[in-house]
Design a protein around this ligand. Structure first.
Ligand code: ADP
Length: 401
């Protein structure tokens, strides 16, 4: 069973071809700058094996259709290919960011589902339209191949109303569906399942706080294997501090900024999404650069890390209060998997909560799932590399079954 996973962005297309019979990644690639005068496609076939091969090409992609054609050529090509023809692809799994309240679990795509994804576009104007383009092109190119939509919001659908409702007039929820949806759900679910396996418990028995810390950052409170709260909200702007997004701030800062600086709504939106977070404080959003600047005495870089860590700690406290006895903290994504400094500082001085990290075990980047808590720590501390493509492929497979 070969599953093609597609993550279509506004100007990019990420893909992976997986052989689900043995879990092997056959090819993984990225098309960038779709719609620009010149774009780029890069593909790795059989990554991490002796057969690994890489190809990179500068090509202009006028649209997603052109991008998808090139991708099909690459995965089937005589010199770059991993399959003889696209007919070998049994199913396609699409990442869709926002399922809203009408699409709450992975589902086989038909015209009705496409329409519902379209209806949810106003909730995720940056992502859903781009996801839809990928779906439409793939349905055209792979007519007859079953296609499945897997939603970022899916894992969070189990949140109770007290967690997903905002304390604003109820009619706004009814009219506009303004509520907490949460994102990165595929990643939170994947690491929660892996964590249960590592702990030797059933999936519905674990209480966890999962920390997806990449450029975008979110956390989830998991009780009995189900998400009961998450830090992102109606949009991915809410929650912990991120690379360029502010995370939680006093909402009155928006009108204040508009009034004091004469900014438009779009300008304020852009400040909070693109010029805030780590970047807003110290001018950098890659944690590696920030650490090295802080080491050289850059005070703003040091402050950015202090704030980043402090805000995560507060969420751990809040979520610990609602998960019940905690089995594990689970770190994942770029920073969570690779940054021993952030992990150590997030877990520092939490011994009173039964959380105690082991310096030696925590050291270094983690390419495989690793337990890093100290002996005697009541709560396990797990670093689990996320794998959203595999999770989407698995979800696709289970829909087909
Ligand atoms: P995205 O949200 O774009 O998928 P990733 O999960 O790939 O992000 O995470 C990207 C971030 O991970 C980078 O911005 C960088 O700050 C961080 N990162 C990656 N490698 C390391 C490392 N070795 N040490 C510290 N931070 C790292």
């Amino acid at each position: 069973m070969k599953i093609f996973v597609v993550n279509s962005g506004s100007s990019s297309l990420k893909y992976q071809l997986l052989d689900m019979d043995n879990g092997a990644v056959m090819a993984t690639g990225l098309v960038e700058r779709i719609g620009d005068a010149m774009g780029k496609v890069s593909q790795k076939s059989w990554p991490g094996t002796e057969r690994e091969a890489e190809v990179e090409r500068e090509v202009a992609f006028p649209d997603h259709r052109a991008a998808m054609h090139t991708v099909v050529d690459l995965v089937t090509g005589a010199d770059t290919g991993v399959i003889a023809s696209s007919a070998e692809i049994n199913a396609i799994g699409h990442r869709v960011v926002q399922g809203g309240e009408t699409l709450f679990k992975s589902t086989l795509i038909d015209d009705d589902v496409v329409e519902k994804i379209r209806e949810n576009c106003h909730l995720s104007p940056l992502h859903n339209p781009a996801n839809l383009v990928g779906i439409e092109v793939a349905r055209e190119l792979f007519a007859g191949v079953p296609q499945v939509a897997v939603f970022d919001t899916e894992f969070h659908q189990t949140m109770p109303a007290e967690a997903f409702m905002y304390p604003i007039p109820y009619e706004l929820y009814e009219e506009l569906k303004i509520r907490r949806y949460g994102f990165h759900g595929t990643s939170h679910r994947y690491v929660a399942q892996q964590a249960a396996a590592m702990l030797g418990k059933a999936e519905d028995e674990v209480n966890l706080v999962t920390l997806h810390l990449g450029n975008g950052c979110s956390m989830a409170a998991v009780r009995g294997g189900k998400c009961i709260d998450t830090s992102m909200g109606l949009t991915p702007l809410a929650g912990v501090m991120m690379g360029t997004r502010s995370g939680d701030i006093d909402p009155a800062i928006l009108p204040f900024l508009m009034k004091e600086k004469g900014l438009s709504m779009d300008e304020v939106d852009s400040i909070l999404n693109k010029q805030s977070g780590l970047k807003g404080i110290c001018g950098m959003n890659d944690m590696r650069d920030i650490h090295s600047a802080a080491e050289k005495g850059d005070k703003k870089a040091a402050l950015a890390v202090d704030m980043f860590v402090y805000r995560i700690k507060k969420y751990i406290g809040a979520y610990y209060a609602v998960t019940g006895p905690l089995d594990a903290l689970v770190f994942t994504a770029g920073i969570g998997e690779n940054d021993e400094i952030v992990r150590a500082r997030v877990c520092a001085n939490l011994e009173h909560l039964g959380i105690s990290i082991d310096t030696a075990r925590n050291a270094g980047r983690k390419k495989i799932a690793t337990a890093v808590q100290a002996d005697g720590s009541k709560v396990a501390i797990l670093v689990i590399p996320t794998n959203e493509e595999l999770a989407i492929a698995k979800a696709t497979l289970s829909v087909l079954k």
